[in-house]
Structure formats: structure tokens, C-alpha cells
Design a protein around this ligand. Sequence first.
Ligand code: TPP
Ligand code: MG
Length: 553
Amino acid sequence: MVLMSGAEALVACLKGEGVQYVFGVSGSSTLPILDVLTKTPEIKYISTRHEQIAVYMADGYARTSGRLGVVLVTRAAGAANVVIGTITALSSDSPVLVIAGQAPSQVRGRGDYQEFDLVSIFKPITKFSYEVERASKIPEVFQRAIRIARHAKPGPVFLSIPSDLLTEKAEVSLTRPEQYSIPFRARPDPALVQNVAKILVGAKKPAIIAGNGVVISGASRELVEVAEVLGAPVFPIRYRLDVIPTDHPLYVREVEPLIGSDVLLVVGTSPQDLGTEAWDILSKNARIVQIELDCSQVASFFPVETGIVADPKMALAELAAALKRLIVGRRAKLVKERLDRLRSVHKEFLAGRWPKEGWDDIPIRPWKLVRDLRETLDREAIVSHDSGSFSSSWIRRCFDFYEPNTCIQCLAGCMGFAFPGALGVKLARPERQVVSIVGDGSFMMVLSGLNTAAHYGIPITVVVNNNSSYMQIKRRQKPPFLGSELTNPDFAGVARLFGAYGERVEKPEEIKSALKRCLEQNRRGVPALIDVVTTGDVRYSTAETYFAGVQKE
Ligand SMILES: Cc1ncc(C[n+]2csc(CCOP(=O)(O)OP(=O)(O)O)c2C)c(N)n1
Ligand SMILES: [Mg+2]
């Protein structure tokens, strides 16, 4: 037992956990924590200009570092500003700890100034939401929160700490992480693996739907193996585009090739992420087998033939071995036929992937921007992208991700994640190129992140796809597109005012050279931005709309 203040105990816990960064906005209710952090050189405090940016940074950092993302905000106002980011972390299975101040315990429950029931606000959007009652309990509650945040399926947790507990002295006992937080990989039941293998082997047209859990458990290679052994296409759910390399011939970007599948293997996800419309098309006559770490997600949306609650990496490795044993003779011939068919579907996709025209047009077409970005960036560059039509359509169709965890996306569909998320990613992976591709609408929501990037010298490049529109919404509207046509400032000029490097690009031939100059600035430690002026014409809003228009002509 050691005698220390609540704030000292909390920071000792963070230090013990190996926390490198705390992201936040200060407030009087958390000041004692900041005082202790001042004397703790192992932990760097990153002061952001909005709590939303802090939580998005912590999330991006957590997703790519394998460590805990930590957010520190003040009571009520500060805590309320992290709600959207906490929802994002929950949807992305990201281990983020949000610590918020609270009214002093003596007045709790009386409706004090800025006294709200934060635990209730955060309960439905975290895995654990708790208010500490005594300073001496801080380590115990912290440890419980960490266990829940990091293990089984990771996710955000929330702690509220009444301000008086931070200065109160108490006898606390501190333990090492390996004593309270035990990493594990849940092995699959061999009999269930055998069952799933038999069902898959009996399928005429099997297909795989894969999600976030695959990337989290590092199971991309095993997934490729299962797909190849089985001769099945892999469809990434929603925004987890990097479940396997996108140039793999079994990777499919649309649900159409999956229609008519008689067995669906759903892995590392739950099909509700697919959206009901797509799911209705697929599941009508299909038998479903599912591999998921979180038992509450298995069969949560539909009845399954067999469900395996296990780590996807282990389960897929064992499944591949079981399939290899079963697929021989006539079955192997069927698999080969399926593989040949899928390879020709892939070739067909590649042949029609890109528009045939518009490459030199002004305003710049979205596909020109996507292609020039891919051709200029390193293969292993980490790219974050946002909500919006550019992301959900042109990037999904035309951008290639060659390695798992190089595609960073807000899996909850919240605008504004990509830029701050990328700042957090860069702190976790300083050796990588980190680029954030954002819509003008999404970027404007978190513009003050430029200050954080410049102040701390976090050298990422932001590419603004500036179509002066909320295109994702505008494309569903009729003129005059109420609320969806935007007037923007000169984003490059704004970046320069904040102390970053900025360029505006209006001509298609300037994209690559501008991006190279930005990346050069990044190498010198300077964050950079290119404002790419692209078309706001709804005919080019999505690949689907564009190609449907071309067919009509
Ligand atoms: C926080 C938030 N508010 C509103 C929406 C609804 N919404 C989805 S996409 C979108 C427009 C995005 O505009 P932009 O970032 O410029 O991308 P674009 O569609 O133009 O490519 C809106 C308003 C959302 N997803 N998140
Ligand atoms: Mg836009």
C-alpha cells in the first residue's frame, strides 16, 4: 500500500499500463491530474482544441498502436463533446479510455453546476461506464476498465471521477498490468470447426463476408487461405476495406457477385453491418455460419447453422486445415472451377473499373484524384478516409489497400473522424506515410485539428476532396439542394495560417507533384494539406451513378 492522492494514483495506473499519450481539453475538474502529468515525462499530454478531436486521435492511435487510447476531459461540457467519438470507438472495437471530471462527491445528486449523470450517458455507448466512489478505489476501477477495454472484443470504457477524490489522499495498492489484464486468444471448439468445414464443403456457391474482427485479430492471411482453399469470394463489410489485400482476385467490392450464394461464412463481424437491404438479397436462401469473438454478436441478427465464438485468426487457421483435409478429388475440381470463374469476374471488374474519360477535365473528376493518390503513395501508406460519397463509392471501388490496417475509417459513419484519426495514427506509426482523404464537409467539422497538427508537429498530409458539397446527401436531393451546397474558405490558405504547409490544386496534372511536395514537407516534420477542387456535379457523385449515366448515353 502506498499513500497518494487520487490523481497520483490514476497517473501511476496510466504509467503502469504503458500509456504514452493522453489527449484532452483541460477543465477545472481535472486540473489535479494535469498537475501530476506535468511531473510525468513518460506520458505526453496532447491538448486539442475540441474534445471531439481528442477522442478521434485516441481512437486512431489505439487502432494502430495496439495500446490504449486515453482521453481526459472536464465534467459535463467536456464529456458531452466526446460522445460522437466514443460511439465511433465502440463501432470500431477500439480500446479507448475516456476519463471525465465530475462534481465533488459531497454535492453529487443535488443538481450542482455542470453536474450530470455521465455514467448513464456513456453506458449505452461503452463496454463499461462507472463513477469512482473513493480515491482508494481508483486503481481497482481502472484495472477493471482496462480489462474490459482491451480484452475479448476491445472497445471504449468510461470513468467519471468526482473532483474531490483527485486531491484526497488514500492508501492504494498498485499492481503490474500482467497481474490484472491477461491477454488471451479464444480457441475454437474443434467439433464446431469440423461442422463449419462440412457445411462449407457441401456448398455450391460459398461466399465470405468479413469485418473488423479479422483485422483486429491479425487474421488476413488465414482468411485468404480459407478463401483460396474453398474458392469463395471475400466481401469486406462496409468500410473495413483492408480485410485482405484489395488486389487479390477473390476480393469483391460489391455484393452482386455474392447473390445466389448458398452458404455464407460471416467472420469477424455481424451482418447487421451490411445493411438490411444487402442482407435481404443475400440471406434469402443462404445457410449461414459465423465466426465471431463476441458471443452477443453471433446469431444476433439471423439464425445461424453453426456459430463459433472464437478468435478469428485461430478459428480460420483451423478451418483452413479442416477444409484442406476435406477438399479432395471431385470437390477439388469444383473448387478449381469456382476459382477460375472468380478470377474472370475479377478481370472483368478490372477492365471496367475506371471511367474511360474525364481524366483531364476541370473541375477535377473524383476518379482522377483517387488514381493519382494511389500511384503517388507508398504501398504501405496508411490512409484514413471519412464519411461521404467520395469515400463510400470512389475509394471503395478504385483505391487499393495492400496491407491490413492501412485503411482507417469511421465505422460508425460519423463525419469528421478521418483527419484527427490520422493524427493519432501518425503518433502510433511515425515511420509510415499517413494521409487523410477527407471531404470538404467532413474536414470543416474538425478544422481546428490543424492547430493540433501544427503545434505538435504531427506530419500527416490531408487531401481535401473539395466538391463544395455534402455530396452524399446532395445526390439524393433535387435542386436547389437545400443545405447541401457549401461555400468553403481557401483551405490551403487556412492551413498556412495555422502553420502547416498548404497548396490548392485545380488542374488535374498538378495533383501528383503537389502531393509529392506535401509528403516532402511531412518528412521534415511539417503537416501539409492539399485542397483539390473537384466537381460538384451529382452525375459524378458515385461510381454507380456515373456508370449508370454512361450506359444510358
Ligand atoms: C456528424 C455527421 N453529420 C451528418 C452526417 C450525414 N452525412 C453523411 S455524408 C454527409 C456529407 C459529407 O460531405 P463531405 O465530407 O464533403 O463528403 P462528400 O459526400 O462530398 O464526398 C453528411 C452530411 C454524418 N454522417 N455525420
Ligand atoms: Mg464534399
